[in-house]
Design a protein around this ligand. Structure first.
Ligand code: A3P
Length: 307
């Protein structure tokens, strides 16, 4: 057997799907729970920018846009390293024994200011120093059904995520909020409420899809950054789904080899609004909508599930 094949095999053998535990009722990986005190005591700096999302809401997209704005659309600078190293994912932790270790905390601590950081934490679990330092936060939200579909495929292709089970089982887990980073419903509602009292720019994936120029301009305003017309065009061009899909520093093909299997489902999968229609049965959709109405009855937050 060729050596590279053998290495590939041995790597796959050591990849195990994450076990989960909870912090204040929110499902997280056991590895994150084991470092929770350090996450909670994370020392934010006043000029930190935090990009917060529920998983699969378009985090990587937002990160690329922000990086492009911060670097005046200098593509080389934005390709300095992959997304998850450019912007430390603060709570994410893979121990040294893992095939690819990662400590968002260590990465962040070693990074000079100004830092851009990423989190999937629900608002109540965000380390208090972010509020004490009055950091700017960009929150990107995506409708529940497309988030669910994207999350299901991500579990399938990422062999360190918990086993998603069947599609039917995953839909149930998602509705019960028993997936990693907890309930989608509580997440989007919690951050929606927090935006009224904090420096949070709350964005929607669907708006970004519909009118990226407008949404990118909102981000620029929030970051107090003005760029030339041509630079804005460059940002728009470079952050399309098609461009990001072929960008090895954004599409996760250069990292997590043997962990993420893009042949099962690529990280840059479809990048559209409304793909849920290809997955939900009529009965599933009715049940989901009924449950959704109840869970979202106490918020003014409205999502679009199609454009
Ligand atoms: P799909 O699985 O629906 O395709 P995250 O970065 O939060 O993990 O989100 C990943 C989702 O965002 C994936 O959704 C991915 O395809 C989509 N995405 C990434 N870059 C995008 C872009 N430039 N435009 C639209 N969607 C994008």
């Amino acid at each position: 057997m060729a050596l590279d094949k053998m290495e590939d095999l041995s790597l796959q053998e050591t990849v195990t799907r994450a076990e989960t535990d909870e912090v204040e009722g929110v499902t997280l990986t056991k590895a994150i729970c084991s470092t929770w005190d350090q996450v909670w005591n994370f020392r934010a700096r006043p000029d930190d920018l935090l990009i917060a999302t529920y998983a699969k809401a378009g985090t990587t997209w937002t990160q690329e846009i922000v990086d492009m704005i911060q670097h005046n659309a200098d593509i080389q600078k934005c390709r300095r390293t992959s997304t998850y190293k450019r912007h430390p994912f603060i709570e994410w932790f893979l121990p040294k024994s893992a095939p690819q270790s990662y400590s968002g905390l260590e990465l962040a601590e070693a990074m000079p200011s100004p830092r851009t950081l990423k989190t999937h934490l629900p608002v109540q679990l965000v380390p208090p120093s972010f509020w004490e330092q009055n950091c700017k936060i960009i929150y990107m939200a995506r409708n529940a059904k497309d988030s669910l579909v994207s999350y299901y495929h991500f579990h399938r292709m990422n062999n360190i995520m918990p086993d998603p089970g069947t599609w039917e089982e995953f839909v149930e887990k998602f509705m019960a909020g028993k997936v990693l980073w907890g309930s989608w419903y509580d997440h989007v509602k919690g951050w929606w409420k927090a935006k009224d009292k904090n420096r949070i720019l709350y964005l929607f994936y669907e708006d970004m899809k519909e009118n990226p120029k407008h949404e990118i301009q909102k981000i620029m305003k929030f970051l107090e950054k003005d760029v030339e017309k041509e630079v804005l065009s460059q940002i728009l061009h470079h952050t399309t789904f098609e461009k990001m899909k072929e960008n090895p520093m954004a599409n996760y093909t250069k990292d997590f080899e043997g962990i993420m299997d893009h042949s099962v489902s690529p990280f840059m999968r479809k990048g559209v609004v409304g793909d849920w229609k290809n997955y939900f049965t009529v009965a599933q959709n009715e049940k989901f909508d009924e449950d959704y109405k109840k869970k979202m009855s106490d918020t003014s937050l409205v999502f679009r599930t199609e454009l």
